[in-house]
Ligand binder design. Structure first.
Ligand code: ADP
Ligand code: MG
Length: 208
């Protein structure tokens, strides 16, 4: 994947999140404090504005810059979680020359470790991880089988979707939604949905 392609994808992701600001906020109003969309849109508006300054940066520097912008502008748990993910991914990516499927898979794996480390959550706790982990695993299966980036993301998107949907039927045990316990059942997790939107946008963009 080339630098400009990465920046184009980030632009599309930013637009998608901003477009879904009200939807994500509405989901968070049901089981949280009603700010997930507002939080993320604030961060991604900054990212979008800064994109022209990233054109000469290396991919790992782009991830670091994004992390910084999200951590300092998103606020809320999701800012720290997405920010940590990007920083952790950047540490790995720094040592690599090319963004091959293998490298992307390993970067993604590091990002998930960052989220797990920061949030102390595991799969099945009704968080963004319920989208991210199955999506990453799908990506990895395809990458190991020699598929190209586009094919890897196509399968990842499919598993991201079912992962996101799975959050509807479970009770939250991490984050604000855990205060509701069983009453969080029946609602999608806002972070699982934002993660899905990000993965879907990357896939849509690669499909062209
Ligand atoms: P806040 O909860 O501080 O208001 P947001 O509303 O922006 O932050 O983000 C909430 C989302 O963050 C949740 O829907 C969930 O996906 C994710 N989240 C919250 N806590 C954790 C955690 N400990 N581990 C992983 N993800 C989490
Ligand atoms: Mg919230």
């Amino acid at each position: 994947m080339e630098n400009m392609e990465l920046l184009k994808i980030i632009k599309k992701v930013s637009e998608k999140i901003i477009e879904n600001k009200d939807y994500l906020t509405e989901l968070d109003r049901e089981i949280g404090d009603g700010d997930h969309g507002v939080n993320l849109a604030r961060g991604f508006e900054k990212v979008e504005k800064e994109l022209p300054t990233m054109e000469t940066l290396k991919p790992f520097e782009i991830l670091n810059k994004m992390a910084m912008l999200l951590v300092s502008n998103v606020g809320g748990a999701s800012g720290a979680l997405y920010g940590t993910a990007l920083m952790k991914g950047a540490v790995y990516l720094k040592t690599k020359e090319e963004m091959t499927p293998e490298v992307i898979a390993e970067t993604w794996s590091e990002m998930i470790k960052g989220i797990e480390m920061r949030g102390k959550a595991v799969l099945g706790e009704k968080t963004m991880l319920d989208t991210q982990i199955p999506a990453y695993e799908a990506f990895k299966i395809k990458a190991d089988a020699g598929a190209n980036v586009k094919e890897c993301f196509e399968f990842a998107e499919l598993k991201a979707k079912s992962g996101m949907e799975s959050t509807k039927d479970i009770a939250a045990t991490k984050g604000r939604a855990s205060y509701l316990g069983e009453r969080s059942i029946g609602h999608l997790d806002p972070g699982a949905v934002s993660s899905y939107l990000i993965i879907k946008t990357i896939n849509d963009e690669l499909k062209g």
